[in-house]
Design a protein around this ligand. Structure first.
Ligand code: MG
Length: 374
């Protein structure tokens, strides 16, 4: 036997013994066969916003959420459903949905595809409620294997982008004040779509020179106005535009995207994986949010699909606690831009997790989604 063959046999023997070693400790199977069950609990919670938050359609000072916990073998995974009014979900509708979710029929929390597909099939909508279960299950599974999700997926947490900080629509002096408070952020998102678009930008520009993004939230009625405004916004240092016009106006958005000097991103027009093929061609990219797309599992698939179409990706959020924002942050190394400031807009965050340091999303080394209860 020559040397090469000998070392081959030596290596294979090692490989075999390593394989048999692993198969002799099917770590999780042992647990799943021991009759332990997942147990889900949930409670309503009201987020108190630091400022009145105004977008094109309405103003508000609170956001209702449901906080979810899934316990298995003494390990607890955390999840959250956040319900801004326009999503059409409420604490009541989320609780009604969660009552229909029976996790005790699954022996293995690692069966994410099966469990989450079954839950998705329970109802047509309820995306925030579904996201709450998805996030809690991911947190649980990450904690069982002792790894953060960016490691499980193989994403480099150091590639997490800067996050925008959102400036809501307001009077000029208030906007200037909010912009001063946002010093330290490397990029700001400006809400528009009411009757003071230029004033909003000029008020922010009176305070800072950082790059801006603009979100009219479907507030622009006319495509020619939109195109003129986008040219003006480019001169003012805006880098992309979210959802300029009503979400069902695909043809007008295609017209706009073809002529726009800035990327146009589909937010309200693109909620789930299946929407990507509908907005492809009409927009330059998509905005992914866990509450729209049912959670981390589908969001990760959306990233892969949008990339395959060469589309830009922004990862956004609602006003949320550090739970849902931290969950989203594990996917952020794979996107172009992030707007993950939800936990910074509230006064009563019950968790600690991903933070923003010098404007950049900064993930910790904790397993799961990386949060701890305060
Ligand atoms: Mg938006």
């Amino acid at each position: 036997m020559d040397h090469t063959r000998r070392s081959f046999f030596k290596t294979s023997a090692l490989a075999v013994s390593a394989a048999s070693l692993f198969s002799s400790i099917p770590l999780f199977q042992v647990k799943s066969q021991s009759g332990k069950k997942m147990k889900m609990t949930y409670r309503p919670y009201t987020l108190e916003l630091k400022h009145v938050f105004t977008v094109a359609s309405l103003s508000r000072t609170t956001t209702p959420v449901i906080l979810v916990e899934i316990e298995y073998d003494g390990i607890v995974g955390y999840g959250e459903a956040s319900m801004p009014p326009y999503l059409g979900e409420s604490q009541e509708s989320v609780i009604a949905f969660l009552k229909r979710v029976d996790l005790t029929k699954y022996d293995n929390p690692f069966d994410l595809e099966t469990i989450l597909s079954d839950i998705d099939a329970l109802a047509f909508h309820n995306t925030a409620a579904k996201a709450a279960v998805d996030i809690a299950l991911h947190d649980l599974v990450g904690k069982i294997v002792g790894q953060p999700w960016y490691n499980i997926w193989g994403y480099d947490k150091n590639k997490a982008p800067n996050t925008t900080f959102t400036i809501g629509i307001d009077k000029a002096d208030v906007v200037k004040e909010k912009t001063k408070e946002a010093a330290g952020f490397k990029i700001l998102k400006v809400k528009m779509g009411k009757d003071n678009d230029k004033e909003m930008i000029e008020s922010v520009r009176a305070v800072t020179n950082v790059p801006l993004t603009a979100d009219p939230n479907q507030g622009w009625k006319d495509k020619f106005y939109a195109l003129d405004m986008i040219h003006w916004l480019k001169e003012k240092g805006v880098v992309y535009i979210e959802q300029p016009m009503a979400k069902e106006r695909y043809d007008d958005h295609a017209w706009l995207t073809e002529r726009s000097p800035l990327p146009i991103l589909a937010d309200e027009s693109c909620q789930r994986l299946s929407d990507i093929s509908k907005v492809k061609g009409a927009y330059s990219g998509i905005v992914i949010k866990l509450m729209k797309c049912t959670g981390m599992r589908e969001a990760n698939k959306m990233i892969t699909l949008a990339r395959s179409f060469d589309m830009k990706i922004m990862f956004g959020c609602m006003t949320e606690t550090s739970c849902a924002v931290s969950a989203a942050s594990h996917l952020s190394p794979m996107v172009d831009w992030a707007d993950l400031d939800g936990m910074l807009l509230i006064k009563n965050d019950p968790y600690r997790g991903t933070t923003v340091v010098d404007g950049k999303l900064t993930l910790n080394n904790l397993p799961g989604i990386g949060i701890t209860a305060k």
